[in-house]
Write a protein that binds this ligand. Sequence first.
Ligand SMILES: CC(C)(COP(=O)(O)OP(=O)(O)OC[C@H]1O[C@@H](n2cnc3c(N)ncnc32)[C@H](O)[C@@H]1OP(=O)(O)O)[C@@H](O)C(=O)NCCC(=O)NCCS
Length: 197
Amino acid sequence: MKVEKYKLKLLYKLQKIKYGKNLKLKGIPFIYNRKGASLEIGDNCVIKSSFLSNLVGLYSRTIIVTRCKGARIKIGDNVGISGATIYARRGITIGDNTCIGGNTKILDNDFHPIEYEKRNALLQGTAPEGDDSRAEWIGTKEIVIGKNCFIGCNALILKGTVLGDGCVVGAGAVVAGTFPPGSVIVGNPARVIRTLG
Ligand SMILES: CC(C)(COP(=O)(O)OP(=O)(O)OC[C@H]1O[C@@H](n2cnc3c(N)ncnc32)[C@H](O)[C@@H]1OP(=O)(O)O)[C@@H](O)C(=O)NCCC(=O)NCCS
């Protein structure tokens, strides 16, 4: 297993993924950095991917992906990630000391166009050539998650979300919008129930 992890880290270097010291991998995550994108993981981060590496029970490995040229993922120092998906077409920033609960999804884009004509054209390969114009069909907005945030398990963090420092997101919340520092937010759609500090 140690040898495999060594190989994984080599693979990350080949993809120009930057990671800081003491990166701990529990289980094998899927981390992919598209050419022309940037993916940076700070010091002392823990990424859990095996079923019982977090006793909440992880449904899948952690997945961290930059999908387009120019996309950017920046994960700060001391961040814990458990079986989460972090998928950027534009940009996702996660501040220092933030804990991302089991099975959370952080998606800065809709994966498919909202309009069915465009969706079908992409799915059926009949869209005009040119990565740039087609990419713009897919709704995409940067996500910024502050420092010292705590995201409960099974949360969904959708495009354009901005969480100030110290926010707490309840288990299973569906989050979209901007929330000031210290907000405790729960539910679908997530709403502030109180403010810390
Ligand atoms: C968000 C959270 C921290 C709030 O804890 P708290 O401040 O002690 O809040 P309370 O338990 O007093 O609940 C306050 C209100 O919010 C509601 N609420 C709390 N968590 C909620 C959630 N996740 N979704 C929906 N409503 C929730 C409660 O029902 C209560 O409603 P009421 O005032 O109408 O009775 C906690 O409920 C939570 O979701 N923790 C995350 C656990 C987790 O996933 N850990 C990580 C595992 S990897």
